[in-house]
Design a protein around this ligand. Structure first.
Ligand code: ZN
Length: 117
């Protein structure tokens, strides 16, 4: 499953972040942005993350998944538009010479950590 390898990568990144924060005892929540073009099913990602963090220091971390819409920029006229998958066409001038400027990738943000003072 696609989501399982993404969850694995997220867990790895979260662990690395926690290691850098002095006195971090527990991760409360983490926000993950997923570009719609990655075709991730949020529920599957949440389940995979939960399964992977069970019985570890990351157990019960609240995973907030935010889907990022895809955007195109037309090379010809410069118009930016939301992608109507599967049509990678500029709605302004109908050019297919477009680049994806948003909607790819998966990244972490807003790690909420409990710190032991
Ligand atoms: Zn255009």
């Amino acid at each position: 499953m696609h989501e399982a390898s993404i969850a694995e990568e997220l867990v790895r990144q979260v662990r690395a972040e926690l290691d850098r924060i002095e006195g971090a005892v527990r991760l409360k929540s983490v926000r993950v942005y997923t570009g719609v073009l990655e075709q991730i099913v949020p529920d599957n990602l949440a389940m995979a993350f939960e399964a992977m963090t069970k019985d570890s220091a990351l157990e019960n971390t609240r995973l907030e998944i935010i889907e990022v819409q895809a955007k195109l920029k037309c090379v010809k006229c410069g118009a930016e538009s939301e992608v109507k998958i599967p049509f990678f066409v500029c709605p302004e001038c109908s050019s297919t010479d477009v680049e994806v400027i948003q909607g790819k990738g998966v990244w972490l943000e807003n790690l909420e950590v409990e710190v032991d003072e």
